[in-house]
Design a protein around this ligand. Structure first.
Ligand SMILES: Nc1ncnc2c1ncn2[C@@H]1O[C@H](COP(=O)(O)OP(=O)(O)OP(=O)(O)O)[C@@H](O)[C@H]1O
Ligand SMILES: [Mg+2]
Length: 522
């Protein structure tokens, strides 16, 4: 460690002499007096030591939150250490092209700021008790230490640290690798450390240009997002937490997940894919949300399947049951099973969202997706929690044109007119349109792909027509059956009505006759 030597040389002759005195005295001092000697010697060293040391730990606040200062220093030093440190760590790989380097633990580097020498060292302390763990544990502590001469204390606290933070942030933004986080099942968590979320690089290619949807709605969402991301001062001024909630609803395959990816790519945010069924308790949900970074999108997909949204959710109506069958029964069944093990409740989720907004300063977006918006509790999606409700629906002509441009590189074609009128007459999801338009071999040209779509649209239209006719026929048959079932009843009723009438009429006559007879007798 050359840097250590360099720093010691700065301590000058005072420390050198002290060290010599320490070695000599330690040899000749009686053993039983060595404890007191060391105590006094340390005091002298502390007095004579002319340096200030500042430590930046990786975690702050009862180890709940990762320190922003630590990560900025890490980025700042990664730039410096590439040139001067001898042992480096390759940490993140930017676009799978280049490694981002930082200095290794117990390595030191020095730099000059306004002609003042500053030393940095990276430290990692591990627990002395050996244990086997897959994830980093509470026993591992990482920190950076800054050392500078006492007389420059003011320069450090007043300008150097803010210079490091500013540059670190810039480097962080430049090297930023977006990540896709998924929550680990809560039984796998280890203390308060970072293994609540696992992450992979976020490399989804969807953008607003590749999203096929109504052009006006697309523009509206884009503008809303851009305005939000620039709104730091605005939100501070109006006294609102810097957050925005989106609810995307619509049938399967209409682009809800693709929209989230496009949002993350537009804003350069991380994505936290939160699966509430893997969370056992409300408190754990809260801890998870607190462990998210700023500039992130927290997503709960299929919210209606992930959480017992209302007390009545388990009592499904016949209609609900049929709907669930249509949308991926395997996933739904797995989720249902997991849901039974999770005690996360609607109020827990609401508290978590509200708490997240009040305790985290940075910009965050939360997104829920669902196929059945009508199943959601109004409290969950009220404005203020879910600010924008966006329906993603069947493919319209605008959306088709985006696909045609992206998939086949055409803006117009003689078949466009027919496709436009067919899209107006039938419902096809963007996912199905995309699948039909995609060339299936090297021989598939634009014409082939468009014709395939026309045929598929005609088939869908025919199927829909047949379905309506079948339903109408079924309904008519049911009505007829009902009529037939009621006919004998009606006839019976009519017959019994007649009998009553006759009985009544005959009864009166008889009585009259009887009266007559009686009268005659008398
Ligand atoms: N609006 C769209 N624009 C572009 N591609 C789309 C769109 N909708 C669907 N797709 C295509 O269809 C596939 C499925 O879409 P996606 O996963 O976004 O649907 P979803 O609405 O999230 O469905 P689910 O409700 O089942 O989760 C995507 O891979 C994408 O290629
Ligand atoms: Mg989806």
């Amino acid at each position: 460690m050359a840097m250590v030597g360099e720093m010691w040389s700065h301590l000058g002759s005072t420390m050198g002499t002290l060290m010599l005195v320490y070695t000599v005295f330690k040899q000749f001092f009686p053993h039983h007096l060595q404890g007191s000697f060391e105590k006094y010697f340390n005091r002298i060293v502390r007095y004579a030591y002319p340096y200030v040391e500042i430590t930046f730990d990786e975690f702050t606040g009862e180890r709940m939150k990762r320190s922003e200062a630590y990560s900025r220093i890490k980025s700042y030093l990664s730039d410096k250490s590439t040139a001067s440190a001898k042992r480096l760590k390759a940490d993140v790989v930017k676009d799978s092209q280049s490694a981002v380097l930082s200095m290794d633990y117990n390595e030191e580097i020095a730099e000059e700021f306004q002609r003042v020498k500053i030393w940095w060292s990276a430290k990692r302390t591990l627990s002395k008790t050996p244990r086997i763990a897959i994830y980093p544990t509470d026993d591992e502590k990482k920190s950076y230490k800054l050392t500078v001469h006492k007389r420059h204390r003011e320069l450090i606290t007043q300008s150097y640290i803010s210079h490091v933070m500013k540059e670190g942030k810039e480097i962080e933004t430049r090297n930023r690798q977006r990540k896709l986080y998924s929550n680990n099942p809560s039984q796998d968590w280890d203390g308060y450390r970072s293994n609540k979320w696992s992450n992979v690089l976020f490399e989804h290619p969807a953008t607003f240009d590749t999203l096929a949807m109504d052009a006006k709605l697309k523009e509206e969402i884009k503008n809303d997002l851009i305005k939000f991301s620039k709104g730091k001062d605005y939100y501070a001024r109006i006294g609102k937490a810097w957050k925005r909630g989106y609810l995307f609803y619509g049938p399967p395959g209409t682009g809800k997940s693709s929209m989230i990816a496009a949002m993350a790519n537009l804003l350069n945010y991380d994505v936290y894919d939160l699966e509430p069924t893997a969370v056992k308790e409300n408190t754990e949900l809260r801890r998870l949300s607190l462990d998210t970074s700023s500039k992130s999108i927290i997503v709960i997909e299929d919210i209606d399947c992930s959480i017992d949204l209302t007390g009545q959710r388990e009592k499904k109506t016949e209609k609900d049951g049929n709907e669930d069958e249509h949308s991926d029964p395997v996933t739904k069944r797995v989720k249902d099973k997991k849901k039974k093990n999770s005690k996360v409740t609607l109020s827990g989720l609401l508290n978590c969202i509200d708490g997240l907004w009040s305790s985290c300063g940075g910009e965050r977006i939360i997104v829920f997706t669902t196929n059945y918006v009508e199943k959601l509790d109004p409290a969950l999606i009220r404005r203020g929690r879910m600010d924008k409700h966006i329906e993603l629906s069947y493919c319209c002509f605008d959306a088709f044109k985006v696909f045609a441009k992206n998939y086949l590189e055409v803006d117009s074609h003689s078949l466009f007119g027919e496709i436009e009128s067919l899209l107006g007459e039938t419902n096809m999801t963007p996912a199905d349109v995309a699948e039909n338009l995609m060339p299936k071999s090297d021989y598939d040209d634009v014409e082939t792909c468009l014709k395939r779509l026309v045929e598929a649209l005609k088939d869908t239209k025919e199927e829909a027509k047949k379905k309506v006719e079948d339903e109408a026929r079924l309904m008519a048959e049911k009505e007829e059956e009902e009529k037939q079932r009621k006919k004998p009843e009606k006839e019976e009723k009519e017959q019994s009505g007649k009998d009553v009438k006759e009985v009544k009429e005959n009864g009166v006559a008889k009585v009259g006759e009887e009266v007559k007879e009686i009268g005659v007798t008398h």
